[in-house]
Design a binder for this molecule. Structure first.
Ligand SMILES: C[S@@+](CC[C@H](N)C(=O)[O-])C[C@H]1O[C@@H](n2cnc3c(N)ncnc32)[C@H](O)[C@@H]1O
Length: 234
């Protein structure tokens, strides 16, 4: 019998990629703050010249908001062609294309010889299943210098299931109050169930430890969007 997969909502193809920036600003509480925090997390660690790996940096928000006053080389790696195009276009529009490199693909595709000084991984991890998250952390570990800082943010579930149920209702109401129509909110909820893997804080901390990262701090949280500062072990 023919089996058809339901179409993915979060596929970051053409149509999604085009409206991603506007949609993220409406739907993700503190979206811009995530980047301001990531900027500060890395600026207080890195010299004026550094090589920063931007995992899942399609769309270009990291390029436009992290290390803008630095001379960092930014390497974006993202499997979505349209999101990569968005990043290239935004880097060019603000005049930093010469220090930005945008590669369509996965961290595992990057050469092992090139060790980066730092990395960001913002709003990516939850789109991968648990094994994918573990593999991404391990691929990242192998491409970072010992001691390299990593600014990370993604969806994390509460340890208490009753809180998650309450948060799901609150999240729906937050989106509706932000002007998203009820049908789209419901589609998003269903897509989250199918396409998103929210680990608990403990589960995430275990993955980090197994992959060779120390969690220095949980820096912020809005709804389930949680930001972290990690360091690759020496
Ligand atoms: C929600 S967007 C976030 C984009 C950007 N970091 C931001 O916050 O504006 C998620 C991005 O992760 C990318 N992505 C999905 N799986 C990935 C993977 N295994 N490695 C790197 N990037 C991935 C998607 O293509 C998409 O561009």
């Amino acid at each position: 019998m023919e089996h058809t997969e339901p179409e993915r909502l979060y596929d970051f193809r053409e149509d999604w990629a085009k409206q991603y920036q506007e949609s993220a600003r409406t739907k993700i509480p503190g979206y811009e703050t995530l980047f301001r925090i990531a900027d500060c997390l890395l600026c207080r660690e890195l010299p004026d010249s550094a090589d920063v790996l931007v995992v899942g940096g399609g769309g270009g928000e990291e390029l436009c908001s992290i290390g803008r006053d630095k001379n960092w080389h930014m390497l974006v790696i993202d499997p979505s062609g349209p999101m990569c195009e968005g990043a290239r276009g935004r880097a060019a529009s603000i005049g930093i294309a010469d220090r930005c490199e945008v590669v369509e693909g996965y961290v595992s595709d990057l050469p092992l010889g090139r060790m980066h000084d730092a990395a960001t991984c913002l709003l990516v991890m939850h789109f991968l299943p648990r094994e994918g998250q573990a593999a991404l952390l391990s691929d990242l570990h192998r491409r970072l210098k010992p001691g390299a800082p990593v600014a990370m943010a993604h969806l994390v579930r509460n340890a208490r299931e009753s809180e998650n149920a309450w948060m799901a209702d609150f999240w729906r109401d937050f989106l509706i109050r932000a002007g998203v129509d009820a049908e789209a909110v419901e589609q998003q909820r269903l897509a989250r169930e199918r396409e998103v893997t929210m680990l608990t804080e403990d589960e995430f901390r275990h993955l980090c430890a197994d992959a060779g990262f120390d969690v220095l701090a949980r820096v912020s949280q809005a709804l389930h969007f949680t930001q972290w500062m990690l360091r690759r072990r020496e």
